[in-house]
Design a protein around this ligand. Structure first.
Ligand code: FCB
Length: 438
């Protein structure tokens, strides 16, 4: 493998998944607090109330990152710690928490990348209609302004949204995620408002951060048709449009893809006069979250009339296919079709049923997964893709949304009873790998 000089290796987390302390430091409630409190929504009734207790343990967690030789760390800010009601009164304690975290990272020589929105919308805003309302876009831009004013002297790398597809579709179409709506019309309007508010937040970031590197993080997949049959190819094309192009085309070409616009028909979003110009503001980077590929055939699963096809490759504990070649192909395709000035792998990793035994976790499947995906990234770089860094998901085992604590994605094992952290074998391997790159 070969990575360019200055390539950054790190790990990622998000606020609700690790912080806990949901009623401390002046934090306001979020849609995930509400969702977790709703019976039947999250596995085992798990909540983010304590999570990894990172709010209290962040100094130790940064020491852990340092011990692993991480060069960069991607985390997200809980909007409701900054503005407990989503708008209006700023909570200085929230700003101070993230400011201290940033200082601790910088002292440890770890480059921060901050995500402004990783799904924890202030509940007060959801009560007014959430992302389906245009007002929420301005609220997000105002929040971006407050945060970048405070941290912009020390943080240059900013991502606006994490995975608008997941927010819109799982949150508002299938209802698997907060706020748990099942309304495709709302979901597509939410997706649109997320994209517009991304552009508005870019402006706020650039106004406050000298030398800003600003972008957005998308969940993208490599998609293969189940066969060469026309029906399978059309189904794969549709899913690619829904998952990938619906977000990439407006961001990089300023228009929604025609085929999907026609397919959605009356479900397509209302678009305001200046919206597309905001969405297509040039980014400094595109963040790519890649976990698996999708093999798609014609079928009967509504609303898209397609089916997900299993392959003979290994699958993770999420039942996601392990397919590193998909990362290489995705990166090549992104570079060819969209030409982002820079790309980061902002998330890549896997869940397995890890067992702590004699003080160690022998997660060789995770090590193999990471090694194979690093190699795929290296091949893409050799072919000309401007990939600048790689964040493993995740630093810690954490609250995996609707799956609660039942899925372990960390390179560090967390004993949720004691909060003890144990680097898994994959973390030690990663440490040595990073060192060998220097
Ligand atoms: C991504 C999310 C992240 C984590 C991983 C497994 O979709 O961004 O928070 O849940 O999946």
């Amino acid at each position: 493998m070969n990575f360019p000089k200055g390539f950054l290796w790190g790990a990622a987390t998000s606020s609700y998944q690790i912080e806990g302390a949901v009623r401390e430091g002046g934090r306001g409630a979020t849609i995930w607090d509400t969702f977790c409190a709703t019976v039947g929504k999250v596995a085992n009734g798990d909540t983010g109330d304590v999570a990894c207790d990172h709010y209290h343990r962040y100094r130790d967690d940064v020491k852990l990152m340092q011990a692993l030789g991480l060069q960069t760390y991607r985390f997200s800010i809980a909007w409701s710690r900054i503005l407990p009601e989503g708008v209006g009164k700023v909570n200085p304690q929230g700003l101070d928490f993230y400011s201290a975290l940033v200082d601790t990272l910088l002292e440890a020589n770890i480059v921060p990348m901050v995500t402004l929105y990783h799904w924890d919308l202030p509940q007060a805003l959801q009560d007014k209609g959430g992302w389906a309302q245009r007002d929420t876009m301005q609220a997000f831009a105002d929040y971006a302004h407050v945060v970048t004013q405070k941290l912009g002297d020390r943080v240059t790398r900013w991502a606006t949204h994490n995975e608008p597809w997941v927010i819109a579709v799982l949150g508002n179409m299938t209802g698997e995620h907060a706020p748990g709506l099942q309304d495709p019309r709302i979901a597509l309007q939410v997706a649109h408002h997320l994209l517009v508010s991304h552009g508005m937040a870019l402006d706020a970031i650039r106004a406050n951060v000298r030398g800003a590197e600003a972008g957005i993080v998308l969940n993208l997949s490599h998609i293969d048709p189940a066969s060469d049959a026309l029906g399978d190819r059309e189904a794969a094309q549709l899913w690619d449009g829904h998952l990938n192009r619906w977000f990439l085309d407006p961001l990089f070409k300023g228009t929604y893809p025609d085929d999907l616009w026609a397919f959605y028909g009356l479900l397509a979003p209302e678009v305001g006069a200046n919206d597309m110009a905001y969405i297509a503001r040039p980014v400094d980077f595109l963040g790519v979250n890649y976990y698996t590929r999708h093999v798609i055939g014609a079928g009967r699963e509504t609303p898209f009339n397609l089916r997900f096809v299993r392959t003979s490759n290994p699958y993770t504990a999420m039942d996601w296919e392990v397919y590193p070649d998909g990362l290489e192909q995705l990166l090549l395709r992104l570079h060819q079709d969209y030409r982002a000035p820079a790309l980061y792998i902002t998330e890549n990793g896997c869940a397995y049923d890890d067992v702590l035994a004699d003080g160690a976790v022998q997660d060789s499947a995770r090590r193999d997964y990471l090694e194979a995906h690093f190699a795929a990234a290296s091949r893409a770089i050799a072919a000309g893709v401007p990939l600048k860094g790689y964040y493993v998901w995740s630093l810690l085992d954490n609250f995996e949304w609707a799956w609660g604590y039942s899925k372990r994605f960390g390179i560090v094992y967390v004993d949720y009873k004691t909060q003890a952290r144990t680097p898994k074998a994959s973390a030690l391997w990663y440490r040595d790998f990073i060192q060998a790159q220097q």
